[in-house]
Write a new protein. Structure first.
Length: 612
């Protein structure tokens, strides 16, 4: 062993130690190694920084942005809603569907993001079904980790291993090369969790409980709003077509226009009604009608409006709760609105909101709402776009926000664009599968389309990227080059071969899986893949076998992080909500890891031949 190899191994041991004790944070460790490696004399500073231009690093960053598009548009949340509706009363079916949904979604976006999205979904389902959250949180984390075995882009270790093959001129994995391994592992994981969940000793947790907050449903009932919802279609022959809203005087007919639906399909949008807004044929007008039906019916006849059917139930524009919300405000003593009626207050012109309810103390005003004089301490129920409601919180002179419904927290940043996000994802996957352009090029195209179609903006795109992960990868990549130049890769590969034997590829695969999985207990699976991928390739070349199955076993092992809560951020996320102890992960994770290891070692040589 030369002194340069000794220096590199010392830095590597130092990095692993810092990872294990979690001090400093792992991206800081990456930066430290990035700065320290050139001092060994093995690599130059330019070579140390080359990771920032590595295609796998750019690809990972782009995939974070595409995943953010799925989150902001509600694709992930809709999957959760579908899950709750399809599960029925069976807890076993619920668990199976949950794991399938999480693994399927995690195949195309960050597993950590998937878990963060599904935790409130699972808590809500658990509360509705009177189930302990601990019965579902562990299956959630297990499925998220298994999702890393589903596709090439599912997790960073897959991309790192694939990049290592490409660097050696070896045929890279295709988009679905991982799927034949992930599907049987998922099936076994579901069966295993149906049995293992009974052994969990998760304690009761208050993570899903919170003090009662008003909901839109509470106010619909309290102010008797359900009977006031109206929708009408502007026909081609309507006299409204081409007119501005301020020319129509709809309020004289008791009609408060709340929103305008325009277009259909990918071009559909919900418009805020402004005085200068012009009505177009095909528009659907969403309105609150308070008072006699006679003026409203006369309005429909005069303008040739077609009344649209309402949803069943006591909903009040519930299908538009992503765009339209409500807020209760109270009038302070210094408010300039005191002594005025609601029309005189001109709330729509000033704040973009419409008053549809009024309370004097606890008494709801139902008759003559528009002629009531506003008094100090009165409570107004305002309706409008959520963005206007958010702006209202900054104004405390005339109105003080009293209650914002809990529904506000479920509002999506980019509602109504789920189909666009799915179309972009489908195109990106198609480009990767067909190989028309390189994977990183396909992902960058997907990022741009997500932005052009309004699924993400620049701020959300930059915020979605896990810069810690990228810095960690860039900081650890120089170890691969340094170990190759100093003979460290050959030394480690030779040691593994000497211990296991060169004539038993299956034992070598088992050894690689075990080393990768055990190393993942102390450092992140991303860093593990950076270190183990070149070793796997070197071992395969030394024994004259194809490197592809050995690289695949490393990738699969890197996703087998079930054994401790610190093995993966995914596990850490569910510890609190599930009320788990360290022992719960050991008890459930160790047997599952052994099962995954056996399945992987059996399937990999069958599906990816060992021979050159």
């Amino acid at each position: 062993m030369n002194y340069q190899l000794a220096l590199v191994l010392f830095l590597l041991l130092t990095a692993v130690t810092m990872f294990a004790i979690n001090k400093p944070r792992f991206d800081a460790v990456g930066l430290l190694m990035l700065v320290a490696m050139p001092f060994t004399g093995v690599i130059t500073m330019n070579e140390a920084l080359a990771g920032f231009s590595d295609s796998s690093v750019i690809l990972i960053a782009a995939l974070f942005v595409i995943g953010e598009g799925l989150v902001r548009t509600g694709v992930a949340r809709q999957v959760g809603d579908w899950l709750d509706a399809k599960a029925g009363a069976s807890e076993s079916r619920l668990l199976a569907l949950l794991m399938v949904a999480v693994a399927g979604l995690g195949a195309f976006m960050s597993s950590t993001a998937v878990v963060a999205i599904f935790i409130p979904v699972v808590l809500r389902i658990s509360q509705n079904r009177s189930l302990p959250p601990g019965r579902l949180m562990m299956p959630l984390s297990v499925a998220a980790l298994i999702s890393g075995m589903m596709t090439l882009i599912a997790t960073a270790p897959n991309l790192i291993v694939n990049a290592e093959l490409s660097r050696h001129g070896i045929e890279a994995f295709s988009f679905f090369s991982f799927t034949p391994f992930g599907l049987p592992v998922l099936a076994l994981g579901i069966v295993y969790m149906l049995v293992a969940r009974k052994t969990l000793t998760a304690q009761a947790t208050d993570a899903g409980k919170s003090p009662h907050r008003f909901t839109l449903g509470d106010w619909i009932e309290r102010y008797n709003l359900a009977a006031r919802e109206r929708r009408f279609l502007v026909t081609e022959h309507s006299a409204m077509v081409g007119k501005r809203l301020d020319e129509l005087q709809l309020r004289r007919a008791g009609v408060n226009l709340l929103a305008i639906e325009r277009g259909s399909g990918l071009s559909a949008e919900v418009l805020r009604p402004m005085p200068h807004t012009r009505i177009e044929a095909g528009d659907t007008l969403l309105a609150d009608v308070n008072g006699s039906e006679t003026p409203f019916e006369a309005l429909c006849q005069t303008y040739s409006l077609e009344v649209r059917p309402l949803q069943q139930g006591n909903d009040y524009f519930n299908d538009r709760s992503q765009e339209i919300g409500m807020v209760e405000v109270i009038l302070p003593a210094e408010s300039s609105l005191l002594g005025q009626t609601i029309p005189e207050a001109q709330l729509r012109s000033e704040y973009g909101l419409t008053a549809i309810g009024l309370r004097h103390g606890t008494q709801v005003v139902t008759d003559h709402l528009l002629v009531e004089k506003l008094k100090q301490g009165d409570t107004l129920l305002l309706v409008g776009f959520w963005s206007d409601i958010s702006d209202l919180r900054n104004n405390t002179a005339d109105m003080v926000v009293l209650n914002i419904p809990s529904d506000f927290e479920a509002v999506l940043p980019a509602p109504g664009r789920a189909r666009r996000a799915l179309a972009v994802l489908g195109l990106t996957v198609l480009l990767m599968i067909t190989g028309v352009v390189p994977n990183v090029h396909a992902a960058l195209i997907g990022c741009l389309l997500m932005g052009l179609l309004g699924c993400v903006n620049f701020n959300s795109a930059y915020a979605s990227i896990s810069w810690k992960t990228l810095v960690l990868i860039v900081g650890m990549l120089p170890f691969s080059l340094a170990l190759q130049r100093t003979g460290g890769i050959d030394l480690i590969a030779g040691a593994v071969i000497d211990i296991v034997g060169a004539h038993s590829p299956y034992l070598i695969l088992a050894a690689l899986f075990a080393i990768t999985a055990l190393l993942g207990l102390f450092i992140s699976n991303t860093a593990t893949a950076v270190l183990m991928a070149p070793i796997a390739v070197a071992i395969a070349q030394d024994i004259g076998e194809s490197p592809r199955p050995f690289a695949m076993i490393v990738a699969l092992a890197a996703s087998t992080a079930f054994m401790t809560p610190v093995s993966s951020p995914v596990n850490m996320l569910v510890v609190g909500p599930g009320g788990y102890s360290f022992g719960d992960f050991v008890k459930v994770g160790v047997p599952l890891s052994i099962i995954v290891a056996i399945v992987s070692i059996m399937l990999v040589p069958l599906l990816i031949p060992l021979g050159q």
